[in-house]
Structure formats: C-alpha cells, structure tokens
Design a protein. Structure first.
Length: 168
C-alpha cells in the first residue's frame, strides 16, 4: 500500500511537471469614436476679371470684390486641408485660350478677406481650421492674373477652379 501511494504520488508529481501550467489574465479596453459633421463646400462668388484688353494683363487680388469665394462648413474647430484644381487657361466656346495664372488666395473664419491668412493655392494641401463658433466655417478667397495676347480674339472666356477639402 505504501508502495502504491508512493507510485501514485510520483505519477501525480510527474504529471504536474510535464503538464503545461495554465495561467490566465484578462484586461479590457474601451472603443470610442466621434463622428464629425460632414464637410460642405459652397462656391459663393465667381472670380470675375470682367473686361480685359488684348495685350494687357489684369489681376484680381483675393481681397477684391471680384475675387472668387468659397464657404466651407464642418465640425466646429476641426483642422482641415484644402487642395485646388486650377485651370491654366480660360477658354472661349470656339476653342481659343487665354492664360490665367499667378494664383493667390486667403482664408479666414470671417466673411471678409480683411486680416485673412494668405497662401498660394495648389494641388498640395494647405492647412486651415474651421471656426469655433456655431457657424463652424472657413471662407476662402481666390484671385489670379489673366494675360490676353496682343492678338487675343474677342469674346467670352471661362474655366472652372475646384476646391477640395478634407479633415486632417
């Protein structure tokens, strides 16, 4: 009997040594998300060069009343980036072109370009920040220079500039 007890004890000990130890631990993390208000971009005013003359370049600055203007709205106080697709030419319905360039822009949370932040609009992202007010907005003003040739054909020329906005 002693022998069988020793054998049983030895077998139990061997099983404990050979069996892997089972240790368990547990922890949790909380998953959270904040859904931002969708961004909206509204073209509010076209960039107007109005009358231009052959061989005479004309510039409209971003703080001019003829400058183009967009309004961006989204999540209050959120950082955003702005990218632009800008035309190299204005185009007449019959296909003639007139170069446009020397793009300039400003942004501000107020509906006036006075005191706004100047930047060069391009396909590279430009950072900005929506206002911390109930309006949650940014206004973007854009200007450029149109350069008609000395023999530029008369008529109406136009093109489209596109502003794309994303949250950072």
């Amino acid at each position: 009997m002693v022998r069988s007890m020793v054998r049983t004890g030895w077998l139990l000990g061997a099983c404990m040594i050979l069996a892997p130890a089972v240790a368990r631990a547990q922890a949790t993390v909380t998953l959270t998300a904040t859904v931002f208000q969708a961004l909206t971009v509204t073209g509010q005013r076209n960039l107007r060069f109005d009358n231009v003359f052959p061989g005479v370049p004309k510039t409209v600055a971003p703080d001019n009343l003829r400058a183009g203007r967009w309004r961006i709205q989204g999540q209050r106080n959120a950082p955003i980036t702005m990218t632009f697709t800008l035309p190299p030419n204005l185009v007449r319905a019959t296909g003639e072109t007139m170069p446009v360039g020397a793009w300039a822009a400003t942004w501000d949370v107020n509906a006036t370009p006075a005191g706004s932040t100047a930047f060069t609009p391009s396909a590279a992202p430009t950072p900005a920040q929506l206002s911390n007010t109930v309006a949650r907005q940014v206004y973007v003003y854009i200007g450029a220079t149109v350069s008609p040739a000395a023999n530029q054909r008369s008529g109406a020329y136009s093109a489209t500039a596109t502003l794309t906005v994303a949250y950072q």
